[in-house]
Write a protein that binds this ligand. Sequence first.
Ligand SMILES: O=C(O)C1=C[C@@H](OP(=O)(O)O)[C@@H](O)[C@H](O)C1
Ligand SMILES: C=C(OP(=O)(O)O)C(=O)O
Length: 435
Amino acid sequence: MNNKNFILLKKKNNISGKINIPGSKSISNRILLISALSLGITKIKNLLISDDTLIMIKCLKKLGIKIKKKKKIFFVYGNFIKFLKKNVKLFVDNAGTLIRPLTSILSFMKGNYILYGSKRMNKRPIKDLVSSLNNIGMRIKYLKNNGFPPLLIKKGKIKTNIIKIKSNISSQYLTSILISSVLINKFKEIIIITNNNIVSNSYINITINLMKLFKVNVIKINNNVFKIITKEKYISPGIVKIEGDLTSASYFLASSVISKGPLKIKGIIKNSIQGDVKFLDILEDMGAKINYQDNELEIYYNKIIKNFNIDCINFPDLAMTLLMLSLYSNNISLFKNLYSWNFKETNRLNAMKKELNKIGAKINIINRNDILVIPPKYIKSAFINTYNDHRIAMCFSLLSLNNINKLGSNILIENPKCVFKTFPNYFKLFKKISK
Ligand SMILES: O=C(O)C1=C[C@@H](OP(=O)(O)O)[C@@H](O)[C@H](O)C1
Ligand SMILES: C=C(OP(=O)(O)O)C(=O)O
């Protein structure tokens, strides 16, 4: 073990203070990408600055998009549905919000592109998206393993306006097709058909909302059929302010619930377009008192945390935070529909099971989809491996907190820098509010 490569979170009693939540990853990367494809300059306020967004900026620059930063505002000079550079090799690291949308966009750009990522990215499936695009005439090849990045994307010829896309592994495939559809000029309208149960459907709402902000309407024929009119193109709205990230906020909301707050959180709004806003309802249903102001809320909770029986299909990221809360209850919890955890930054089903065992919880994974959690009587002190997964690092930090029903423990977290993917100053803020 490298002595510098971990952080020790000592058992703590109190949470209090005020924090600012950084911009949403999902919104930041979509806004950067759509701004690059739009007519006009977009000024972006409160853009998340983290590994996932910096790598997006780097890729867009390599594709010929001018992006400048003045004070805290980013200026993206849109190139109206074209990238100037036609032969480019792009490193996408482990950012799903980058490789998935870019795969479709670049396939319509009439160039030669290579998309390659981290070791883990080579294990995150992309077959359903690539097959869908190749079926309509695009030319995407796998450079290593069938169904996985890296990808070689060449000039294709679109032959139909009906695109079928399976969305039960990741919603990012459908997001990718939706965002890129307006690049197709050969047909007046594009019909996109997906399967019935779209996983992580709330992220599709983010996509549709942001496309609308840039003047492209996604017409929802029904829950799994969408229509895009291709003469509608992206027009910059001028200035965009990114909402705070609700998944990032979830760790602080949960901290306050475990340790009775009160906590002020700045940057999140009640009528957010992010699906993880659902957490605020869940917490209010549990009895949390939340006072909302414009761009800020204050949360307070003083009840015993009960067990959960909850369908997580729409909020796989938030589900990790919910699972941590369930460890402070006395009863068994069930978290349903987390099949997509198999394909994230790591295999989260296996990783969470292994690490939760260390703190004394018993985990039963049913059909690689549902998780039964038997909480520990006492949270044991543990050295937590993060598997380079930012969310594992962030959610396990919560177990250092004492609750009225159950005490936390000293928690050592390996490779804490993995939080740079979405929340670089997470541990600094966590230490600031926990005493
Ligand atoms: O589109 C997005 O911004 C995201 C969609 C979700 O992924 P899946 O659709 O792959 O579940 C989510 O887990 C990820 O953090 C961000
Ligand atoms: C799954 C995640 O990221 P990605 O956008 O890389 O899919 C995540 O942030 O939890």
